[in-house]
Write a new protein. Structure first.
Length: 179
């Protein structure tokens, strides 16, 4: 029986992921995410400021909060701070979103506050799924999901142009032997 060889790797020869040319996701996906942020912030603001809105339109309605109470400022402040963090993540984190296809794997990175870089070897990909919901269809976007053996390394690349998603799916099908 032959003993397998486990050679040491010279790490200085390994390419750094940050130096690779990542393909960005669609700018339409940025618009969709900012639209989602705006709608959610409007709904939260409506909920937080509902006592004031009720007081404006129906001054005779008895509210559980007293006339001079400023307790509504607490949820308004919390909502404002969380909205600012979320908006910062959207504006500064979006340019980091991207993927790179290499000979043996695919890498996806995202995030600004919480940065994430996921690399999935083609040998571990069990199957691929290309999805498009109703809202994504309006923006001409698709999402590619890669399912791996064991399920611990599943990867989702959201916000791909329809044409680019089909091409990426075909490339990955070929490289994984699923096509």
């Amino acid at each position: 029986m032959e003993v397998p060889v486990n050679r040491e790797i010279d790490l200085s020869q390994v390419p750094v992921l940050g130096e690779l040319a990542f393909t960005p996701v669609s700018e339409r996906y940025r618009a969709l995410r900012l639209l989602t942020w705006t709608l959610i912030q409007l709904l939260l603001a409506l909920a937080v400021f509902s006592p004031l809105i009720i007081r404006m339109f129906w001054p005779d309605v008895e509210l559980p909060v007293g006339e001079g109470s400023r307790y509504w400022l607490i949820p308004a402040g919390v909502q404002g701070v969380l909205a600012l963090f979320w908006l910062t993540e959207e504006l500064l984190g979006f340019p980091r979103r991207g993927y790179v296809v290499r000979d043996r794997d695919i890498t996806y990175r995202s995030g600004w506050f919480s940065r994430s870089t996921v690399t999935v070897p083609y040998a571990q990909i069990q199957h691929l799924e290309l999805t498009q919901g109703v809202v994504s269809r309006l923006f001409h976007l698709k999402h590619l999901k890669l399912y791996t053996a064991g399920g611990s390394g599943n990867l989702r690349i959201a916000g791909l142009d329809e044409e680019g998603a089909e091409v990426l799916r075909a490339v990955l099908d070929t490289r994984t032997g699923k096509g």
